[in-house]
Ligand binder design. Structure first.
Ligand code: NDP
Length: 445
């Protein structure tokens, strides 16, 4: 057995009921093998074992009162995975599927993603099995206040800086920040994704989607192609999806699908900027379902389905983990899809990834392609520290440069380790090397 397989065996034994965490760890460890083989220092000091064990996991009760006066109880988490290169940084997810396995996979991915951004941020993730859908603003506020009442003692601008993720947008960040401020009696950059009037950064809401499209452009450049006139399938209709679609439209692409957890819409004529503005109002203000788009604009609606059966040149999974399985991947390839760029985290399962890599299509793994979100959170932290906001153009230009650098780094690293074009290997090794070297520099911690 190799060191990688030995380490995976330990992870399996120690976390037997955590399939998502095992999936993420397996993908990373197997793809960094060339770097571990080449460098003795990575095989010593139980470095890999330390890497796969969170530095700290905080699990807590979140009691709150609903509008009927009933007390509801949820479970809260903050996983502080690795602080070798900076304070823990990563989003909060509020969704019924949240559990230790999902958050540990996300925290683990975050470590390498943050390393790729070129900014000094460690990796963390948190959240709760609370579902904000169908709750009143008052209920969401009381939940957020209760969540922060516990988590505030574990976070801080130089310790751990959470942000949004599924189910946590501007509204939730506002309630969480307000409660932190009351408890800590200080106004600091403890969260990112804040409102513009109270420490937020321009472009942060757009950053995950815009960054993902900038990354796709870089991938296409390696084949002398652009996004102009490309037919694109996008999943999701939340933050990541909305701004992926917006930037694709700026680049002259035609977007024909979006979805939510109930189904997807297929608009053969393409989603225009006006239609997208309607979707943003539907999702961010009225908090309705994507089906309403089909009724409004006469598009096709497929209940309970994902959009991967629609003919497209490029696919941008932007909803959730494991939303592209082997069958979906085969269908996409069969329909002529030549680029998959992940705005979501781990949306393609291992069999799907193997298919994309074996067919040598352009495949941008989430930890590289969606790193623009956390990178711009890092830029929000910089502005908070300076107490000086940057212009929209300045933040966008920095985001663009970071995405170009991440692509170049992953591309060059893949080549240097004998896997040209394989951005899974490239991103994982490039992210790993920086974190591993920092851990080694800091001794047995
Ligand atoms: P949002 O909550 O804004 O939107 C999530 C979207 O995905 C919604 O349309 C939601 O539909 C859909 N969705 C969620 N769960 C499922 C599911 N199990 N099956 C089908 N559809 C689902 O979240 P974000 O846009 O922020 O996050 C989307 C993805 O992007 C996640 O993987 C997240 O980790 C990743 N990401 C987000 C970043 C950010 O800055 N926000 C940064 C980097 C990555 P419904 O409303 O019906 O639940």
């Amino acid at each position: 057995m190799t060191l990688i397989q030995d380490t995976l065996e330990i992870v399996r034994k120690r976390n037997p009921h955590e399939p998502e965490f095992l999936q993420a760890v397996t993908e990373v460890l197997e793809s960094i093998e060339p770097a571990v083989q080449r460098n003795k220092k990575y095989r010593e000091g139980s470095l890999l074992q330390r890497l796969v064990e969170p530095e700290r996991m905080i699990v807590f009760r979140v009691p709150w009162q609903d509008d009927r006066g009933q007390v509801q109880v949820h479970r809260g988490f903050r996983i502080q995975m690795n602080s070798a290169i900076g304070p823990y940084k990563g989003g909060l997810r509020f969704h019924p599927t949240v559990c230790a396995s999902v958050l540990k996979f996300l925290a683990f991915e975050q470590v390498f993603k943050n390393s790729l951004t070129t900014l000094p941020m460690g990796g963390g993730k948190g959240g709760s099995d609370f579902d904000p859908k169908g709750k009143s603003d008052g209920e969401v506020m009381r939940f957020c206040q209760s969540f922060m009442t516990e988590v505030f003692r574990h976070v801080g601008p130089d310790t751990d800086v959470p942000a949004g993720d599924i189910g946590v947008g501007g509204r939730e960040i506002g309630y969480l920040f307000g409660q932190y401020k009351r408890l800590a009696n200080e106004f600091t950059g403890v969260l990112t994704g804040k409102g513009l009037a109270w420490g937020g950064s321009l472009i942060r809401p757009e950053a995950t989607g815009y960054g993902c499209v900038y990354f796709a452009e870089e991938m296409l450049k390696t084949r002398n192609e652009t996004l102009e006139d490309k037919v694109c399938a996008v999943s999701g209709s939340g933050n990541a999806a909305q701004y992926t679609v917006e930037k694709l439209l700026h680049k002259g692409a035609k977007v024909v699908t979006m979805s939510d957890s109930n189904g997807f819409i297929h608009d053969k004529d393409g989603i225009t900027e006006e239609k997208l503005a309607w979707i943003m109002d539907l999702k961010n203000v009225r908090r309705g379902r994507i089906k309403e788009y089909a009724d409004k604009f006469g598009a096709v609606y497929a209940e309970g389905k994902r959009p991967w059966g629609v003919e497209c040149d490029c696919a941008f999974p932007s909803a959730t983990q494991n939303e592209i399985g082997a069958e979906d991947a085969k269908t996409l390839l069969g329909n002529g899809c030549t680029l998959v760029c992940e705005a979501a985290n781990m949306p393609t399962d291992p069999a799907g990834i193997d298919l994309f890599l074996s067919k040598k299509i352009l495949y941008g793994p989430g930890k590289a392609a969606n790193a623009g979100g956390v990178a711009t959170s890092g830029l929000e932290m910089v502005q908070n520290s300076m107490r000086l906001p940057w212009t929209r153009a300045e933040v966008d230009q920095r985001l663009h440069q970071i995405m170009v650098t991440i692509h170049q780094n992953a591309f060059e690293t893949a080549k240097a380790y004998g896997h040209p074009g394989n951005l899974v290997v490239g991103a994982n090794i490039a992210g790993f090397v920086k974190v591993a070297d920092a851990m080694l520099d800091q001794g047995v911690v």
